[in-house]
Design a protein around this ligand. Sequence first.
Ligand SMILES: Cc1cc2nc3c(=O)[nH]c(=O)nc-3n(C[C@H](O)[C@H](O)[C@H](O)COP(=O)(O)OP(=O)(O)OC[C@H]3O[C@@H](n4cnc5c(N)ncnc54)[C@H](O)[C@@H]3O)c2cc1C
Length: 448
Amino acid sequence: MSKFVLIGSGLAGGLLAAYLARRGYEVDLYERRADPREGNLVGGRSINLALSTRGIHALEQIGIADEVLKHAIPMRGRMLHPAGAGARTIFAPYDVDPNKHINSIGRAALNTTVIEAAQRYPNVRVHFNHKCSGVDLDSATAQLLDTASPARTSTSRPLSAAADSIIGVDGAFSAVRQSMQLKIENFQYDESYLAHGYKELTIPPGPNASWRMEKEALHIWPRKSFMMIALPNPDGSFTCTLFWEFEGPRSFATTKTDDDVRRFFDEEFPDAVPLMPNLLDDFKNNPTGSLVTIRCAPWFYKDKVALVGDAAHAVVPFYGQGMNAAFEDCVVLDECLAQFPQDRQRAFAGYFHRRKENADALADLALQNFIEMRDKTASRAFRAKKKLDHFLEAALPGIYVPLYTMVTFTQIPYATAARRARIQDALVYAGLIVVMILLLALAVRLLP
Ligand SMILES: Cc1cc2nc3c(=O)[nH]c(=O)nc-3n(C[C@H](O)[C@H](O)[C@H](O)COP(=O)(O)OP(=O)(O)OC[C@H]3O[C@@H](n4cnc5c(N)ncnc54)[C@H](O)[C@@H]3O)c2cc1C
């Protein structure tokens, strides 16, 4: 049976290894970091994530959805924290159906679960502490360095791993993709960074591991050009993420001293400050991450190499879909391999064509949703539109489906969802204009 080498055992790498092993392929998975079960997984990435329908479907296919959801906390809507001391929070459900929710899940627990799912197959071998430095595309051979210790890295001989095909599941800064850039003529590549960075902060648990804010919600402090969000964790804590400009009069760059930090938080997030006893330490010690969108094409080279997940399409995190989309990639690639078992290049091409348009649509949706979360959620007009969405969804089931619902609670391809939402919005606005004209005409007729 053919052999696959996978580079990267992050969220999608472990899951893809399980999918490939289930089809009977030999799989060698190389990861630059140590085994996450040894406890040093996160390294500056988000501690928890929102898992929704697409991701759950991908986990179900491999039989681990229940195992994952056991550790999840349902989030039924957004809890908005308006600006100003004493302002009351407002809960906005995600869907008209109260049973529809997204799930807050720890990255470490999820990563461990997918790796263990892969390791249950005897034809999967996982090699931690192996960093890929490049790939020879024509021979499908990965060059690797043993990263178990810095001393060994500088002295150890480079290793190589050959396979029938190599899959780069090595995240936004993929080494596999870089090798494709060097080799493939006209390889399209675009990366764009937001002017905002992010920093994670913590609200520790209350007494007896209780949650100090509403537990089953994604909390948002929308502040027009920036925002903070918080997702619940099973231990009673919340992980907060501040998305803020890197530069500018009020920004990460200008907020240096403890007083600067305290003043900023007192002004902007007065209800959160009493819940964050470690704020100053967290702010000083936690890294400030950047937010990148990466688009590239093609995602494959002959029958030799392919890209999956963030390596193919990193998106900003504001729709909570990066991981969900990466998991959906695994499902689609698996389907394409089943469709063309004897023609790997056709399988890779089919996978790329089914996913590319959707990854591009998701990248746009994620950027738009940043503006929606940080700015529009605070406005009455936005909340009225959400209520209208839910009213129409209930009145016209299956006919009118809000964009958020299509993206988060269905498997409608992202590009189709975006197109359908544009048409729905145009019809709703046209309908509202007609109603207003009719009301105006009626008022004029009734005037004495
Ligand atoms: C702040 C933030 C919040 C987010 N929130 C959400 C959310 O709520 N919901 C959601 O769906 N998505 C979210 N995402 C996106 C999500 O984290 C990614 O889409 C997801 O991790 C992609 O999975 P992946 O396996 O493709 O890449 P990764 O998870 O990045 O895994 C890549 C793996 O490859 C390894 N690797 C990298 N280079 C090499 C190399 N040269 N050799 C060997 N191994 C290598 C890495 O160590 C890593 O283990 C968020 C992202 C951020 C930054």
